[in-house]
Design a protein around this ligand. Structure first.
Ligand code: HEM
Length: 508
């Protein structure tokens, strides 16, 4: 046999071996793996590229809606990936979320950025292990407690007053104001001050901090791609200085990373300088709270790790709340004009319905008699049942966290509708699907504050979980509520708005 034909034979044998390995591996995945008993499309069981088809190309961002179709076909528990199970069962939510003793890890198939040096890789949010997450989070819990948020209410109010002033600047100018940008500027200024003791002052910029928003959006859009091409993307991001300089990619990512580093550095150094002698330790920022933390292990207090935590808090605390208030608060008025495209989310729901609008305003006027009255405190606003119901409904329809939440039960099998979810398998839920459940939220796409006022309100509220549940639920929930109450009361109570040329189609 010539050398050439020997080489061809060898290559053919290698190719056959690879094909056989892939075939046997594929058959094992679909028919014999620990998730084989779970109903779902065979292609999804075979490869995660099934999800990519609906998430990246050709159907960009359509996976969530495809999941709804899968549940109609296969039931409440569906295998949506080789090792991922998606669940649509409202009563399973508490079990999904776990407790401090019912361990819930996160899954690396979803959290592609876990452990990275840049971005939020070292944050509690990105921590897969249940115990390490609890340890990291414990250093921040106190700073976001009800009590602390109440003590720091004036910080939120300063920015809320400025937001109203910025909005009123547009009065009678005929200029468009993008309210989503305005609300993002508010929430970004609040959370940056919380994190670093120093706001980024986006409300003071002419474009309302638009570049920050673009930076954060860049990160969000990367997720589906990064989940599929994890190693490459992780490598490129870790080397993003070069990627952004020489390839022109990850520019926004790099800018966001640099901005957070620039804000963390002085806050961190100041905290170290002041020291925790009981006199100077005022705990005025998250960075400070972490540096002074008595519970965090020393290796958890490095500048890089605290920076990751701060970055996550800024990213998680900006768009979520802005979107929720925006959903409720989107004016297009004769005095104040808003950008048509951004009408997609906002005050629309209140202004679109004269009955809701006048009922809400009448209730608000009991604590804020005129447009020039002081903005009431959260303690006063919380007592207004209709306002509270409107805010609850807004958290439902705004879908602050639109992507799915993903967990693993590492040492115990779980059961949902008698279907076993094997220990170690990744399982997920989607708030969009949860909060549009017809049985609990009839006419799910309609804005109906009365859901939370009538006879069934207790049951409805039981299923309303915009901030999640369990040990990994939203860290900033109390702050978000404070921002929502104050900004909503201020905008509605101080600015006279009415919708122009906007219909329900603009927001659905
Ligand atoms: C209406 C506004 C908000 C909504 C709907 C919301 C929703 C959520 C949800 C559902 C989670 C759980 C994610 C998961 O299970 O993987 C979460 C986590 C988180 N949220 Fe929020 N959030 C909001 C505002 C905020 C604010 C203002 C902050 C600022 C501190 C914040 C900080 C965080 C952090 C740090 C986490 C990660 C917690 C952890 O992993 O332990 N969120 N949020």
């Amino acid at each position: 046999m010539s050398d050439f034909s020997a080489l061809v034979t060898l290559l053919a044998a290698a190719a056959t071996a690879v094909a056989l390995y892939a075939f046997v591996g594929g058959v094992y995945r679909v028919y014999f793996s620990r998730n084989a008993h779970i109903p779902g499309p065979k292609l999804a069981a075979l490869t995660y590229f099934y999800q990519a088809y609906y998430d990246i190309y050709p159907y960009q961002g359509q996976w969530l809606f495809h999941q709804i179709e899968l549940h109609k076909q296969y039931g409440p528990v569906v295998r949506v990936g080789p090792d991922e199970i998606h669940i649509d069962d409202l009563d399973f939510y508490t079990e999904f979320a776990g407790t401090s003793t019912k361990r819930r890890d996160k899954s690396s198939t979803w959290y592609w950025f876990t452990g990275m040096k840049s971005t939020v890789g070292q944050s509690a949010f990105a921590t897969l292990d249940h115990d390490l997450h609890a340890h990291r989070r414990s250093a921040m819990n106190g700073f976001f407690s009800k009590r602390k948020v109440q003590d720091l209410e004036e910080r939120v109010l300063v920015h809320v007053r400025k937001t109203v002033d910025r909005l009123l600047e547009y009065k009678n100018t005929g200029e468009l104001v993008d309210l989503l940008f305005l609300m993002s500027a508010l929430t970004l200024d609040v959370i940056s001050e919380y994190s670093f003791g120093n706001s980024v002052h986006s409300l003071d910029t002419p474009d309302l901090g638009a570049p920050f928003r673009a930076q954060m959006e860049g990160g969000v859009q990367l997720h589906p791609v990064a989940r599929r091409f994890r190693t490459i993307i992780r490598f490129m991001i870790e080397a993003m200085g070069y990627a952004s300089k020489y390839l022109g990619i990850f520019k926004e990512f790099k800018e966001f990373d640099d901005m957070i580093a620039d804000l963390t550095d002085p806050a961190y150094k100041k905290a170290l300088q002041e020291g925790d002698d009981g006199k100077n330790a005022t705990e005025t920022s998250i960075v400070q709270a972490m540096v002074y933390s008595k519970v965090l292990a020393p290796e958890e207090k490095t500048q890089l790790r605290i920076q990751a935590e701060a970055m996550n808090v800024v990213a998680a605390g900006t768009e979520t709340t802005a979107r929720t208030v925006g959903f409720l608060l989107l004016p297009k008025s004769h005095d104040i004009l808003t950008d048509r495209d951004q009408i997609a989310v906002g005050l629309f729901h209140v202004l679109n319905d004269p009955e809701i609008h006048s009922r809400l305003l009448a209730e608000l006027r009991t604590v804020m008699p005129t447009a020039t009255s002081d903005i009431p405190s959260v303690i006063e606003l919380i007592k207004l049942p209709y306002l509270t119901a409107c805010l609850h409904e807004s958290t439902r329809v705004a879908h602050g966290v639109a992507g799915r939440l993903v967990r693993i039960s590492p040492n115990k099998d779980l059961f949902c509708n008698n279907v076993k979810i094997p220990r170690g398998s990744t399982f997920s839920v989607s708030h969009y699907i949860h909060h549009t459940n017809q049985a609990i939220f009839p006419e799910p796409h309609a804005f109906k504050p009365e859901r939370y006022l009538g006879e069934k309100s207790t049951e409805t509220l039981r299923y309303l979980v915009p901030f999640g549940k369990g040990p990994r639920m939203c860290l900033g929930m109390n702050l978000a509520w404070s921002e929502m109450y104050l900004s909503f009361a201020a905008l509605l109570g101080r600015v006279d708005m009415e919708l122009v040329e906007t219909t329900l189609e603009d927001v659905t």
